[in-house]
Design a protein around this ligand. Structure first.
Ligand SMILES: NC(=O)C1=CN([C@@H]2O[C@H](COP(=O)(O)OP(=O)(O)OC[C@H]3O[C@@H](n4cnc5c(N)ncnc54)[C@H](OP(=O)(O)O)[C@@H]3O)[C@@H](O)[C@H]2O)C=CC1
Ligand SMILES: O=CC(=O)O
Length: 325
């Protein structure tokens, strides 16, 4: 008998056809109030779930007694209670690697956009304010040759280091849970304690996951260690940063600018003070959002889900403790 799969993310026709061949599929197109109601109705029969951007807490998952596997279309797994899933032997998989380069591209786009004031000055033209040659008040700062500081030297951190080192001749310093000798050799990178990195980097870039340990890692005390020339980039998760402290640091000139792809609350509220600041470049969580990469992520998630439902260990199993094979 075909397995029951609930999708809360629309897939390409090719991937939909592949899923339909092997499973009975219920598609929840939107996660608005109506969609969430449909999801609740579908959960009691779900054996597999596939989607992203939804906090799947125990209260929801308790509605799904037959659930065997969740395939997240993301590398970050902060939306899941991993202990709870493991206890119930529900296999959680994610989509690492396929999005690494694209997300690092986004990080570098934010580095360049903030340093060279791309958005602010492009808006100046649109507003009809380019009336004579620009002068020092419109100058930005160099990227090449500046010190790139990476917090979280994993897959995406390493791809960012590659761009900085080979593309822009940037000295690379990093902070992680453990030193990375291979990375140090490849990019001539140097390990630093967190306070040292915050003091020394021209660009402080967050590329680490949201966990109990990293929530609120960067707050007032950490911004105070940065310099007025520091540019702060966050492509990890909004909650790693105390957003109120970030706004204060920007307003007080404690740091020069911020490039932000992620926020404490998403979508970001239109009233957010961040949107009033010219030295903030804000993007709507687009780290992996290209046609090619989103399709690769969805394909990876479908592979993981079908493997799990067929009793095989998914390649990207997150909670290995749940595996009984
Ligand atoms: N903006 C976006 O659209 C996207 C955002 N992301 C975010 O990026 C994150 C990283 O992805 P990826 O690079 O693939 O993950 P990896 O697991 O490869 O890398 C994460 C790195 O963070 C480090 N780390 C974890 N905890 C800490 C800590 N407490 N202090 C310092 N370093 C720490 C780890 O260090 P160690 O190796 O030493 O354990 C690891 O090297 C994702 O979890 C996700 O939240 C990902 C994709 C797109
Ligand atoms: O934020 C995106 C992810 O894949 O994680």
């Amino acid at each position: 008998m075909k397995k029951q799969v609930v999708l809360y993310k629309k897939l390409s026709p090719l991937l939909m056809a592949r899923l339909h061949e092997q499973a009975e599929v219920t598609l929840i197109e939107n996660l608005d109030a109506e969609g969430l109601g449909k999801l609740r109705d579908a959960l009691p029969r779900a054996q597999g779930l596939l989607g992203a951007s939804l906090k799947l807490n125990a209260e929801l998952l308790d509605l799904a007694p037959n659930l065997q596997a969740i395939a997240s279309v993301s590398v970050g797994v902060d939306n899941y209670d991993i202990d709870y899933l493991t206890q119930r032997h529900i296999l959680l998989s994610n989509t690492p690697d396929v999005l690494t380069e694209t997300t690092a591209d986004t990080g570098f786009a934010l580095i360049l956009a903030t340093a060279r004031r791309v958005v602010e000055l492009a808006n100046m033209i649109r507003e009809g304010k380019w009336t004579r040659n620009i002068g020092p008040t419109h100058f930005g700062s160099d990227v090449h040759g500046k010190t790139l500081g990476i917090i979280g030297m994993g897959r995406i951190g390493e791809a960012l280091a590659q761009r900085g080192h080979f593309g822009f001749g940037m000295p690379v310093i990093y902070h992680s849970q453990s030193p990375k000798p291979a990375v140090e050799q490849r990019f001539n990178a140097h390990y630093r304690s967190l306070p040292e990195l915050l003091q020394q980097a021209d660009f402080v870039c967050l590329t680490l996951p949201l966990t109990a340990e990293t929530e609120g890692l960067i707050g007032a005390e950490q911004f105070a260690l940065m310099r007025p020339e520091t540019i702060f980039i966050n492509i990890s998760r909004g909650k790693v940063v105390d957003e109120t402290a970030l706004i204060e640091a920007l307003r007080a000139g404690q740091i020069r600018a911020a490039g932000l792809d992620v926020f404490e609350r998403e979508p970001l509220n239109q009233d957010s003070p961040l949107l009033q600041l010219n030295n903030v470049v804000a993007t709507p969580h687009i780290g992996s959002a290209t046609h090619e990469t989103r399709e690769a992520m969805a394909r990876c998630a479908v592979d993981n889900l079908l493997a799990a439902l067929a009793g095989e260990r998914p390649v990207n199993l997150v909670n290995v403790g749940a595996w009984r094979g």
